[in-house]
Design a protein around this ligand. Structure first.
Ligand SMILES: Cc1cc2nc3c(=O)[nH]c(=O)nc-3n(C[C@H](O)[C@H](O)[C@H](O)COP(=O)(O)OP(=O)(O)OC[C@H]3O[C@@H](n4cnc5c(N)ncnc54)[C@H](O)[C@@H]3O)c2cc1C
Length: 240
C-alpha cells in the first residue's frame, strides 16, 4: 500500500444527489477493479468528529487514464468540502485496499447484487472485464428507487451491448415517483428476479456491496434461496 497526492480534474453530478470526482491518475498507482482507497482532505476549510478521511471504491477501471470516485452528497463537513473543491486541488490517496475483485475461475459465473452508491466498484469491475474480454459470465443486478437516482446506469448498460457474456438487469423500486421512461425490471432484487436470468443459483459466486442494510437483505435473500455461504462475497460501505 502506498500514499499518493492526487489532483482533482473536475466533478460532475451523475445522479440526483450523487457526484463523481475525476482525479489525475498518479504515476505508479496500480489497483485491481473492485478495490478501494482512503481519501484524506488536505487542510480542509471545515472538519467534524468523523475526521478528514473516507474510504471510496475506485469507480474507474484500472485501464482508464484517470481516477473516478463517486459519492452520495450528504450534508457532512467532508462532503461539503469535497463538493466545493476546485480543479487542481490535491487530496491524499492511500491504497489500494480490499479483495472485492473478480475470481479467477472463468467457468464460474459472477453475479453482482448492488444498489445505489454500491455501484462504484461494480462499474470498475464490469468496464475492466469488458475491456479485457474476460471469458467469465457476468451478471449485474442494480437496484435503485428511480432512474434519476441511478449513477453510471449508461456505463453499465452500454457494456451490456458489446459483450455477449455480460447481462445487465436494472430494477427500479419507485417508478411512480419518476418522470423518466423505464423498460427494465421493477421492485427489489429477489429470488424470482434472479431466477429469470440464472438457471441454477448454486453455480455462481455472488458479490454484494453497498450500505450495510442492503448487504444484509441480499445475503439473507440468497441464503433463503439455498445459496451456499462460501459462494457469497460482500463489501459493506460503512458510514451509511
Ligand atoms: C470499502 C468501502 C468503500 C466505500 N466506497 C464508497 C463509495 O464508493 N462511495 C461512497 O459514497 N461511499 C463509500 N464508502 C462509504 C464512505 O467511506 C463514507 O463512510 C460514506 O460516504 C459516509 O460519509 P459521510 O461523510 O456522508 O458521513 P459521515 O460523516 O462519515 O457519517 C458518520 C455517521 O453519521 C451518520 N450520518 C451522517 N450524515 C447523515 C445523514 N444525512 N443522514 C443519516 N445519517 C447520517 C452516518 O450514518 C454515520 O454513522 C465506502 C466505505 C467502505 C468501507
Amino acid at each position: 500500500m502506498s500514499k499518493y497526492t492526487v489532483k482533482l480534474k473536475f466533478n460532475r453530478e451523475i445522479a440526483e444527489g450523487t457526484m463523481a470526482f475525476h482525479f489525475e491518475k498518479p504515476a505508479g498507482l496500480s489497483f485491481k477493479a473492485g478495490q478501494f482507497g482512503n481519501l484524506t482532505l488536505i487542510n480542509p476549510a471545515e472538519t467534524d468528529a468523523e475526521g478528514d478521511t473516507r474510504a471510496f471504491s475506485f469507480a474507474s477501471a484500472p485501464y482508464e487514464d484517470e481516477l473516478i470516485f463517486a459519492a452520495r452528497m450528504r450534508d457532512t463537513a467532508f462532503k461539503r468540502v469535497l463538493k466545493k473543491m476546485q480543479p487542481g486541488t490535491e487530496v491524499m490517496l492511500d491504497g489500494p485496499y480490499g479483495s472485492f475483485t473478480l475470481h479467477n475461475k472463468a467457468s464460474v459465473p459472477a453475479v453482482y447484487l448492488t444498489g445505489g452508491i454500491g455501484v462504484t466498484p461494480v462499474r470498475s469491475i464490469v468496464l475492466q472485464a469488458v475491456h479485457d474480454q474476460v471469458p467469465h459470465r457476468i451478471l449485474v443486478f442494480y437496484a435503485n428507487r428511480r432512474p434519476e437516482d441511478a449513477a453510471f446506469l449508461d456505463d453499465l448498460s452500454v457494456a451490456h451491448a458489446s459483450n455477449p457474456n455480460y447481462t445487465f438487469v436494472g430494477t427500479m423500486a419507485e417508478m411512480e415517483k419518476s418522470s423518466r421512461e423505464w423498460h427494465g425490471e421493477t421492485g427489489f432484487i429477489n429470488k424470482a428476479m434472479l431466477l429469470k436470468f440464472i438457471d441454477d443459483l448454486t453455480l455462481p459466486i455472488f458479490y454484494i456491496d453497498g450500505p450495510a442494510p442492503m448487504v444484509k437483505a441480499m445475503r439473507d435473500m440468497l441464503s433463503a434461496a439455498g445459496v451456499d455461504e462460501d459462494n457469497i462475497r460482500t463489501e459493506e460501505f460503512s458510514g451509511y
